[in-house]
Design a protein around this ligand. Structure first.
Ligand SMILES: *[C@@H]1O[C@H](CO)[C@@H](O)[C@H](O)[C@H]1NC(C)=O
Ligand SMILES: *[C@@H]1O[C@H](CO)[C@@H](O)[C@H](O)[C@H]1NC(C)=O
Length: 388
C-alpha cells in the first residue's frame, strides 16, 4: 500500500518536472532576451561606477559607517567623534598590547578590536621574522614603524607593506580595513589610501609580540601619541607548551628556549615597575590567566583603562568567545577558562621541571606557582602578584 502511494507520488513529481522543463524551454528565448537587455541597462549604469569609485567615495562610505556604528556610544569626557579622529586634527585613543608569542594576545587583541570604530594594527613587526627585539640594531627601526602606524603614516613603510602583500594576515585581522580591501583591492596597499582611511578611526589598537617592554618607554614618552600600553604576560609553561605546536618556533632560541623567554619576563618586570611609576594612567600589566578566568571583569577594567565604557558589541564578543571550544589553533572561539592550563596535561613532568628550573625568578615575580609533585589535577598554578 505504502509502496504504491510512493510510486504515485514520484510519478506526480516527475510529471510536474517534465511540464516545467517543457514550459521553460518554450519560453526561454524570450526570457533570455529580456534579461539580457535588462542587464545591459544595469551594466551601463552601475558597473562603471563601481570600477571607478574614487578614494573620496570610499572614505565617505566609511565616515558614514563609523557615525552609524558609534551612534549612541558615549565617548570619554564628552568628546565627539571628531575630537578623536586624526583626519579632523583630533587625537584617537591609542592602545598597544605588548607581549610575546603564544601568550593570549590574539584573544585580547580581538576583544579590543570588537569595539566598533577600532582600527587594528596587527603585528606590525611581522617582517622582522621570529626574533625578539631587545635593543640595537633593530630597536630604532621597530619603534619608528610603530610610531608611523600609530600616526596613520604609511608613506615610508615600504617593507611593511611589501611583506603584507604576500602575508595578508597582516591586514585580515584589521577587519574594518580588510572589508574595503576585499571590495576595492586596488586601493588596499596604497599608502595614500591607507593614510586617509586609517585617520578616520577614533580608536587605534596595536599588538606586537616582538618588542620588549623597556623599549616601549619611547612610545609612552611621546606626548603627541598619548598611547596606552598593556603588557600581557603568561605562565612560561603555558607559553612554551603552546609554542611547541607552531612549526616556525622549534629551533629558534628566542622562541623555544625557556631561558630566553624567562629572562625577557624578568626584564619586562623591571620595566613594568618603572613604567607604572612614570605613567600610572597609561601603563598596565595583565596576566592572560586572569583575563581567561574573569573575561568580563578584566575586559571592563581594560576598557576603563582606555577611558571607555563597555560597548554592547564587546559584550557580544565575550558571550560568543568565552564558553565553548570551537575552531582551530589560532581561534579565539574556545573555552577561555581551560585554555591557559592545557600545559598541565600536555607537558610531561620532566619538561615542566626543566622550565621551572630556568624560570624560577620570572615565575616568582609574576605569581606563577612551582609544581611540587607530578599530580597536577588539582594544582592551581597562579597566585597573586604585585608590581613594585
Ligand atoms: C558633559 O556634557 C553634559 C551636558 O552637555 C554636562 O552636564 C556634563 O557636565 C559634561 N561632562 C563632562 C565630563 O564634561
Ligand atoms: C618527556 O618528553 C620528552 C620529549 O619532550 C621525552 O624526551 C621524555 O622521554 C619524556 N619523559 C617522560 C618521563 O615521559
Amino acid at each position: 500500500m505504502v509502496r504504491k502511494k510512493e510510486f504515485y507520488g514520484i510519478a506526480f513529481i516527475a510529471l510536474i518536472c517534465f511540464l516545467l522543463i517543457a514550459f521553460c524551454q518554450k519560453d526561454t528565448p524570450a526570457i533570455r532576451h529580456r534579461s539580457v537587455s535588462f542587464q545591459a541597462i544595469e551594466l551601463d549604469e552601475s558597473i562603471p561606477e563601481e570600477e571607478h569609485i574614487s578614494m573620496e567615495e570610499i572614505l565617505n562610505i566609511q565616515r558614514n559607517r563609523l557615525k552609524r556604528d558609534l551612534y549612541g556610544y558615549k565617548l570619554p569626557s564628552n568628546h565627539s567623534l571628531i575630537d578623536l579622529t586624526l583626519e579632523a586634527g583630533g587625537e584617537p585613543i591609542r592602545t598597544v598590547i605588548l607581549t610575546t608569542w603564544r601568550s593570549g594576545s590574539t584573544f585580547l587583541g580581538d576583544i579590543i578590536n570588537s569595539l566598533p570604530g577600532n582600527y587594528y594594527h596587527y603585528e606590525p613587526l611581522l617582517d622582522y621574522g621570529i626574533m625578539q627585539i631587545r635593543g640595537p640594531p633593530h630597536s630604532d627601526s621597530a619603534i619608528s614603524v610603530l610610531k608611523s602606524l600609530l600616526n596613520c603614516d604609511y608613506t615610508d613603510l615600504y617593507r611593511y607593506l611589501k611583506f603584507g602583500m604576500s602575508h595578508v594576515y597582516l591586514f585580515t585581522h584589521n577587519k574594518r580595513l580588510w572589508n574595503q580591501c576585499e571590495a576595492f583591492p586596488d586601493y588596499c596597499w596604497e599608502p595614500d589610501f591607507l593614510n586617509e582611511f586609517c585617520k578616520l578611526f577614533p580608536f587605534q589598537s596595536m599588538k606586537t609580540v616582538r618588542l620588549r617592554l623597556k623599549l616601549a618607554e619611547e612610545l609612552l614618552e611621546d606626548k603627541s601619541l598619548n598611547v596606552k600600553i598593556i603588557l600581557l604576560v603568561r605562565d612560561p609553561r603555558g607559553t612554551l607548551q603552546s609554542r611547541r605546536h607552531r612549526d616556525w618556533c622549534p629551533g629558534v632560541p628566542d622562541c623555544d628556549q625557556p631561558t630566553y623567554l624567562c629572562s625577557d619576563m624578568v626584564s619586562d618586570y623591571s620595566a613594568a615597575i618603572r613604567l607604572k611609576q612614570l605613567y600610572p594612567s597609561r601603563f598596565r600589566a595583565l596576566r592572560y590567566e586572569d583575563l581567561s578566568l574573569k573575561p568580563y571583569q578584566i575586559t571592563e577594567d581594560i576598557f576603563e583603562f582606555m577611558g571607555l565604557s563597555l560597548h554592547p558589541e564587546v559584550k557580544d564578543f565575550l558571550d560568543t568567545h568565552t564558553t565553548s571550544n570551537v575552531g582551530g589553533v589560532s581561534s579565539t572561539f574556545r573555552d577561555s577558562k581551560n585554555t591557559p592550563f592545557h600545559w598541565k596535561s600536555d607537558l610531561n613532568y620532566t619538561e615542566i621541571q626543566l622550565i621551572e628550573e630556568a624560570c624560577h625568578e620570572a615565575m616568582n615575580l609574576w605569581g606563577y606557582v612551582r609544581t611540587e609533585s607530578s599530580n597536577l589535577k588539582d594544582f592551581i598554578p597562579i597566585k597573586s602578584y604585585e608590581i613594585q
